[in-house]
Design a protein around this ligand. Sequence first.
Ligand code: ZN
Length: 307
Amino acid sequence: MKTRARALLGLVMWGLLLLLSIPLAGAAQSAETVSAHFILTAPAPGVPDLDYWANLCEQALARLSRQFPESFDTDRKIRVFVSPDMADFRSRSGLQVESVMAVAYPGRDYIILNTETMANASAFEQYQTLGHELVHLLLGRLDQERVPQWLHEGLAQIIPQQSHPTRTLALAWAQILNRCIPMRRLNYRFPYDTSQADLAYAQSASFTQYVATKVYSFPTTQDFFDALLTRPNDMDAILRDLDNPKKLDHFEAEWMRRSDKILNWILAITSTSLIWGLTVLFFVFAYLHKRHKEKDVMEDWDPWERN
Ligand SMILES: [Zn+2]
């Protein structure tokens, strides 16, 4: 009897909960916009402007389609969640870093945009960020062995031609101080804290370009990416190479040696220009000093000469 009463009570409670959840679900109205290649969703209608983001997504995709015609299926719609603020972005992505503008989930054809951080960027930077995330999705569509994280991030920066002077500077310093992150550590994970992230991104871009054009002799990194998308079977051996720790270490050592050479060359040019610059400055100073002295002497003479 007691058990039956408890079961009845439980049933009543579930019923109540169900009744309560119906109006709640109705109140949380999300907004959706469907464009040619994207389905954009926001937690509430109005803010952010889904049409604006749909247009930017379409433009970023159109640019990639122009660069790599017939290399990927644009019929499959991509889902984009447009977060209106940092709190929403954090809860959905699990990322706690403020500087992250967007995150892509390659296997799922899904992107989450952080429009609060995006609002501080120019429209061009927003467009490049979308290009970056789309490259991640295209790599995720490959019916292939795993693409290492550094290659993902390297291509996602190079293909939409993203340039970050602070990242380049971080890499130059790390090379001078011999503090680069071992590439093996960027195989599966990527740092999100800004101090290491700048370096990790710059290293990935530089190493990707080196591997594509110097190790595997593709004319450009774009050709390497195109081959990955259009001839994935031919790229099998390359991806296997990159997955081999010994080979990766060897490529990394070569890349470091090459970067050292370039760095020494830059340093040599800078120091030569510095020496020339200082020499010119010295002569200019000596000349001005001499003129100043002559003027003093002339002024001393003046009273006599004037007469
Ligand atoms: Zn990325």
